[in-house]
Design a binder for this molecule. Structure first.
Ligand SMILES: [Zn+2]
Length: 238
């Protein structure tokens, strides 16, 4: 696992220390974090982190760093797995996510919708396994688990009972920041009608149906409400 911290955020933090954040976004590929959670990351940049599963090639790594700078969140983790087969070693992937969860100890975990792409399905499945209540000492149990909407795939491989039922209201500034971050991924640009070219309009449509100007949508997988933070760390449970 590699860890990258934006300039000005490194001081006083050691590689083995916990670095708690409120939210952790699991991105199968560099750009999923922007398409699915860019508004959320812009809104809560002080208390969010991202873990990228597939190793980005050099240009995409630079684009990711530019997008991170725009969104303003401090910490990214990279598992550097092979693009297209991040789930080839599912046991290893779950273990790596366990390590990141232990370091971040988030209250909210965001996973990609298990759509048609095998890396998105693997990220979802490994994320759900990593979010399990485990008897393994030291395993972090994130109380809230959500699925985010990448909106780039019009088909799903198998039916799920996930429904878009959580809506994060955003300011126009958050949406504009998301669009700007998405534009930093020049290598992933497409022309013509496509959800990635309509991020602002999508945010407006999602928001309007909930009587807010702008929003991102999520599906709630699990929420353990009002739990004591000490009990979230399985090793501390008696
Ligand atoms: Zn992806």
């Amino acid at each position: 696992m590699r860890e990258h911290r934006r300039r000005g955020h490194e001081r006083g933090i050691h590689a083995t220390d916990p670095h708690p954040v409120a939210r952790l976004v699991v991105a199968p590929h560099a750009d999923d974090e922007v398409l699915g959670c860019g508004g959320l990351l812009a809104k809560y940049h002080h208390e969010s982190a991202v873990v990228v599963l597939a190793e980005p090639e050099a240009m995409r790594a630079a684009e990711f760093a530019a997008a991170q700078e725009i969104l303003g969140y401090s910490t990214a983790y990279f598992l550097d797995l092979p693009d297209g087969s991040v789930g080839a070693d599912m046991h290893g992937l779950v273990g790596a996510l366990d390590t990141v969860l232990d370091r971040c100890r988030p209250r909210e975990l965001y996973l990609p919708y298990p759509s048609v792409h095998q890396d998105h399905i693997a990220a979802y499945e490994a994320g759900i396994r990593a979010a399990r209540l485990s008897l393994t000492p030291g395993h972090w149990f994130p109380p809230d688990v959500y699925v985010y909407d990448v909106a780039a795939y019009d088909l799903v491989l198998y039916p799920t009972d996930l429904r878009w039922n959580i809506f994060e209201a955003l300011d126009e500034h958050h949406v504009d920041t998301k669009v700007k971050a998405a534009m930093s991924y020049g290598s992933q640009m497409v022309t013509g009608p496509h959800p990635v070219n309509d991020l602002k309009q999508c945010a407006q449509t999602i928001g309007a149906a909930r009587r807010v100007e702008w929003a991102e949508q999520y599906a709630l997988v699990r929420s353990v409400r009002d739990c004591r933070s000490a009990a979230l760390y399985t090793g501390d449970v008696r």
